[in-house]
Design a protein around this ligand. Sequence first.
Ligand SMILES: Cc1ncc(COP(=O)(O)O)c(C=O)c1O
Length: 423
Amino acid sequence: MAEKLALKGGKRTVPPDFIKPWPHVTEADIKAVTEVLTTAKINQQQNIQASGLAKEWAEYMGVKYCIPVNSGTAALHLCVAGLGIGPGDEVIVPAFTFWASAAAVLHHNAIPVFVDIDPKTYCIDPNLIEEKITERTKAIMPVHIHGMPADMDPIIEIAKKHNLYVIEDVAQAHGARYKGRLCGSMGDAAGYSTQMSKTLSSGCQGGLFTTNDEQVYKRAALLQYFGEMVVPGREREEQQYNAYGLGWMYRGDMFSQAFVRSQLKRLDINNALRVRNCNYLTEHLSKIKGIETPYVPIECYHVYYNYVVGFNPKELGLDISARTLREKVQEALGAEGVPTGQWQRMPVPAQEIFQAKVGYGKGCPWKCHGSNVEYRKEDYPRSVEFIDSHCYVFDVNPPNDLELMKLYVEAFQKVMDNLDQIL
Ligand SMILES: Cc1ncc(COP(=O)(O)O)c(C=O)c1O
């Protein structure tokens, strides 16, 4: 039905201020953070909140050890360091991810080697991993991207066959499951981000490290505290002021940890509400010609950190690229009040740091370790295609509900019915 698009002066579909922000802050969250401040002994709170969060997250995940840290990148770096991966070792990482996954490897002077994605799930394609394994390879780092679990069984099988570790990047997939198992509980170690936008949010910055291996835990615990051996809560009495190796200051802060602990109580319910919103979008958007909705393997519980939408101009008989269609539709959706985003602009190995191999400077870690790993943009065609043809619909988080999702669908329908106004 012909209708004037908001971009052309028509009425916008989603009213201003209709969308509620994430994270959703409740009275319980406010109480949890306020209690940290109003307690009689604030100096004990750092240990109380950190150990409380460590215990609760380990319990939730069904793993033995957890260390709360100050970012997801720090947590992933602890995975790399804790597993004993060293300078010049190679770690396999998907070409489509936030580059922090690869940065955590570089932070330890190790070398990321990239593998293209499965275009259906946008996670690392296990079929492409083995050809990238060399005698230097020490680990595979699947990333559960946008809330979608990576295909873990074949990844773990390859790792076993080649004697490699598996590090799970769960920055975007708290509570997601693969064949019933929680993402983060399947590999040798896992890193999670609790940065503001994440499905388990601190409202600011933070991260979590987990493992089932006592040695890995002990090494990570040492490294997250300057390389010193410290019993949490007994720093004053027992700190030796003796570093046993190079470490970092990765301690998290008590306010964000108190907030995460409170949010954790609602993680499953918030995930379920987000899944309901996204299932509604899929049910309705999949009927619109030219729009592709997420494919979710039957064995996966996808928690939709982002709702991903693809564009298919061929289905509409249009002789334009998916990228052009996406950009035009995104602009029109923005005017209708539907927030969409692009996120990654290129595969990670195409970024300047890998093209110029700057790293630590002087060409390290590559030059320092005689590495001949190459980063050719053209080696990751699926990541390029995925990035070109997809965008993300934001604010599918609760407390936004089906009322907003209905407006999103209306806006998509309106724009796609009136493409002649924008093409
Ligand atoms: C896939 C992925 N890995 C790692 C990180 C790093 O997390 P943080 O920003 O908490 O360091 C992010 C954060 O956005 C991410 O999206």
